[in-house]
Structures are given as C-alpha cells and as structure tokens.
Design a protein around this ligand. Structure first.
Ligand SMILES: C[S@@+](CC[C@H](N)C(=O)[O-])C[C@H]1O[C@@H](n2cnc3c(N)ncnc32)[C@H](O)[C@@H]1O
Length: 216
C-alpha cells in the first residue's frame, strides 16, 4: 500500500472506497472481471492515477468511454483541481458512475451519457483521456473534435502504441495535428510504467475529400 499512499496522498481513503465499490458492485454488475478484483490497485487504480502526471493544472477533461470510471474517476480523486466529464454511452455504466460519484462525494465530476461522436457540439475541452476504447485511428477521430485548439488527447496504450501512431497518421494529418508523442508516466510506481500517446490538436479538421466549399 506504500505506493498507493504516495500516489493518492490525502485522497487515499476515497480511492479505497472506490476500490471497494469496484470489487463489490463493479464485479457483481459485470463492469469489472472477477479476476480483476485481486489486482485492482496495480492494474487499474495506480495505473490510471499516474496519468495525472501528464495533465495540466485546472484542466477540463473528458474521459471517453469511461466504463467503470477508468481513468476519469481516478483522475478526479487524485486531482481535485481538474473538472472531469465521464462520457459513456451505456446506461448500466452511467448509473454505476453516478452512484460512485455520489458515494465518494466528488464535486469535480459530471457523468454524461453518450457517444463521443454524438456530443461534439457540447465540448471544447483542454484534455481528452481514454483507456481501452478504440484504436488510435478511431479514437483520434472521436476525441479531436471534442478539444479546443491546443487541447490534447492522452490515450493510454500498450505495446502497440507506436504501431497505432503509424496507422493513425492519415487521420492525424487531416486534423492538422501539431504533435504526436509517446510518454511514459508512473516510473517507479507501476511496472511497467504506463504508456500514453499524447496528441495535441492544432486547428479544426480540414473538410473531407470531395466535400464542397461553400461559395459566398
Ligand atoms: C473496454 S471498455 C473500457 C472502459 C474503461 N475505459 C476501462 O479502461 O476500464 C470501452 C468503453 O468504451 C465505451 N464506448 C464504446 N464506444 C464509445 C463511443 N463511441 N463513445 C464513447 N464511449 C464509447 C463502451 O461503452 C465501454 O464502456
């Protein structure tokens, strides 16, 4: 528990309550696999909490496909300065998230039911996060329109991170992306450290090929 204390600090009791809720209601309602209950801290809570190292202060964050709240709810616990929207299309999951936010007494979280591609007009966020939602090529198409110019996507990825960047190159180019880079966070806290793909949105997407310019 030494690392958990280091990572969560004063928020550790809230993280412990969330871990209990995941192990209990999360498993019972099928949001977390039964085998995950024994490795919640290392694989889920700490792994997600270290993403905070890459999130700027006071950022407005949308967590796309939050599921049971990973990583968005963990970020809200560890970083009270952030304003977090948990975006999730499935009712069973948004109900779970609303209950969790209430149970943990978090005031910096909103739960929004919907698909990323359906809520574009509502958001102009500083940061979008996502874990295990879609390959970067599709995730970028969903996330970049939710960001303000200069906002950034932080996608938690595994060993295929570099390959996914290559596959997403045409989409990233079309969106006028300025920077795409691999980051490692959680050095010395999680083994292996968490890999993030950081994509900085530059400007509005160019019109798709074949679309016509409006004449004035
Ligand atoms: C494999 S789960 C991962 C959940 C969580 N991020 C985690 O790491 O445990 C993928 C989640 O993405 C959500 N999802 C799928 N398509 C989506 C979309 N178009 N917009 C937002 N969320 C989506 C699903 O409902 C599901 O909860």
């Amino acid at each position: 528990m030494g690392i958990a204390r280091e990572v969560f600090g004063d928020a550790l009791p809230i993280a412990e309550r969330y871990a209990e809720f995941l192990a209990d209601a999360g498993v019972e309602r099928g949001l977390i696999g039964p085998r995950e209950a024994d490795r919640l801290w290392e694989r889920h809570l700490i792994n997600c909490a270290v993403v905070a190292e890459a999130v700027p202060e006071n950022a407005r964050v949308v967590d796309i496909g939050s599921g049971a709240g990973l990583p968005g709810l963990v970020l809200a616990i560890v970083r009270p300065d952030l304003s977090i929207t948990l975006l999730e299309p499935l009712l069973r999951r948004t109900n779970f998230l609303i209950e969790a936010v209430d149970l943990l007494g978090l005031e910096n979280v909103e739960v929004r039911r919907g698909r990323a591609e359906e809520v574009v007009k509502e958001f102009s966020m500083d940061v979008a996060t996502a874990r295990a939602v879609a390959p970067l090529e599709r995730l970028a198409r969903w996330a970049l329109p939710l960001l303000r110019p200069g906002g950034e996507l932080l996608a938690m990825k595994g060993e295929r991170a570099a390959a996914e960047i290559e596959e997403a190159a045409p989409v990233l180019k079309r969106f006028g992306v300025r920077t795409t880079e691999l980051l490692q966070v959680g050095q010395g806290k999680v083994e292996p450290p968490t890999t993030l793909v950081r994509v900085v949105a530059d400007r509005a997407p160019r019109p798709a090929k074949g679309s016509k310019k409006r004449s004035s």
